[in-house]
Design a protein around this ligand. Structure first.
Ligand code: AMP
Length: 435
């Protein structure tokens, strides 16, 4: 039997409705904040991610799905490298949304010199070659926003405010949300801080795992969230970024916190929150749900250097992404069903001699925007009623030769079993009123 790829899921039924609901809520809420929808290709040049996310990150080194066309693959395998390929021939499935949106913003000049900020949101599948487990997939879905060209700390605060509002609208109890924030500094102060953490790891090399020792050179800050408990204990004594921020970064961070306080948003500060991608500067944040056991359901931060890394003019940026699959699980753990109930429908049941009238009634109801089902298998009236109940139809339109002769339909309420005779030309209006 054919099987789907491990770590991927089929979205259908209530699960699909839940994903669509996430997109609908995003469209309404982010639209109100002035964000326009964007969709970038699932395939990008590898360099788009290497430049942005960073060569040394786990996402780029280990988790990115690389794509070679069938025509190129034999040559790459034979040579054992892709060094001879042109940049445009080296492709990857997007592991996250920001790098592609920023690449598009550079390519189409979304933020011209002296122009207004560009505000974009997306809902897309992402691909990461991770070991599949609960809440960790190889193809998953993210909804995110990117706000380009806004250096003001108010943008950081608003980004967090809209994120929390989004979670509320999806049905989370705000009291159960744990928002953690930090500032990672910028190009002025982070290099010296990074060096101090690198030195700390090397000084404690004997107590740390091989991965962390490798991280010391590549990406020392990642040692703060090593999966090894002992490494994390050792890192508790490592220098914290809070004491290493330059004056500008500190002032920015303080202002973000003041705005959050003013907006009544509860947060915790965690100086070890570093996030997995290299492009973050200054504000970073993550949200977890108490007791859900699925890890972070969303996170983001400022990335003031990313536009330049993607070949554009220096342009500040900030954004976040939330993961659908984890949100679904987290809401389930809180007893909230993101899928909601199936949309109500009307069933058109008929005797064989009223088939044509049923055909016309079905079309008329659908033209009026009413979700309508009917029998296409020549079943008995009893079986049609059974089917109507199975589909959760609230009303059943019943047509037999008597109805056809009188130009009416019998409309039956499936709960109360009340029936009414309705003229055919007023059927859609009557049904709309009853639903
Ligand atoms: P990140 O881009 O890693 O900050 O992830 C943002 C959000 O996407 C996370 O908070 C998760 O909700 C979700 N996410 C990240 N990786 C995965 C994955 N492999 N499977 C499912 N959801 C994920």
């Amino acid at each position: 039997m054919a099987q789907r790829v491990q770590g991927t899921e089929d979205l259908f039924g209530g699960y699909m409705r839940a994903w669509q609901r996430m997109c609908d809520v995003a469209r309404d809420l982010f639209g109100a904040y002035g964000f326009d929808a964007i969709e970038t290709p699932a395939l990008e040049q590898v360099d788009t991610f290497v430049h942005g996310i960073g060569e040394s990150t786990d996402v780029v080194r280990k988790e990115m799905f690389r794509v070679f066309s069938g025509a190129l693959l034999p040559e790459v395998l034979e040579r054992g490298s892709e060094g001879h390929l042109k940049a445009r021939q080296r492709m990857a499935m997007r592991p996250e949304g920001t790098a592609g949106v920023v690449r598009a913003a550079v390519e189409h000049n979304f933020v011209p010199q002296g122009g207004s900020p560009s505000k974009l949101w997306y809902a897309e599948a992402m691909f990461r070659g991770e070991r599949p487990q609960k809440g960790r997939l190889r193809q998953f879905h993210q909804v995110g926003i990117e706000w380009l060209g806004a250096p003001d700390p108010a943008a950081d605060a608003e980004c967090i405010i809209v994120l929390i509002e989004y979670f509320k609208r999806l049905g989370f109890d705000p009291a159960k949300l744990r928002l953690v924030i930090n500032s990672m500094g910028d190009a002025n102060c982070r290099p010296a801080y990074r060096e101090s953490v690198r030195q700390f790891i090397l000084d404690h090399a004997e107590e740390m795992c091989d991965d962390c020792i490798e991280r010391a050179e590549l990406n020392p800050l990642r040692a703060f969230d090593c999966k090894n408990d002992h490494c994390r204990e050792v890192m508790e004594a490592a220098p914290k970024v809070t004491g290493a921020l330059c004056d500008d970064c500190r002032a920015h961070y303080e202002q973000v916190k003041r705005y959050l306080d003013e907006a009544g948003i509860a947060y915790e500060e965690d100086p070890t929150l570093v996030r997995g991608l290299d492009y973050y500067t200054r504000t970073v944040f993550e949200v977890e749900v108490e007791g859900a056991g699925v890890g972070a359901i969303g996170g983001g931060g400022r990335y003031d250097g990313l536009m330049e890394l993607e070949g554009g003019k220096p342009t500040p940026g900030i954004g976040f992404a939330v993961g659908f699959e984890r949100i679904y699980l987290a809401l389930q753990s809180q007893g909230v069903d993101l899928a909601g109930s199936e949309p109500s429908c009307v069933y058109v049941a008929c005797m064989p001699d009223a088939r044509d009238a049923a055909f016309r009634a079905t079309l008329a109801l659908r033209s009026a925007g009413i979700r309508t089902e009917a029998d296409y298998q020549g079943r008995s009236l009893k079986a049609q009623f059974k089917q109507a109940n199975k589909l959760g139809a609230r009303l059943c339109v019943v047509l037999g030769s008597d109805e056809v002769a009188a130009g009416v339909a019998t409309v039956r309420n499936m709960q109360t079993h009340d029936q009414a005779q309705v003229p055919m030309d007023g059927l859609a209006a009557y049904v709309t009123e009853q639903l």
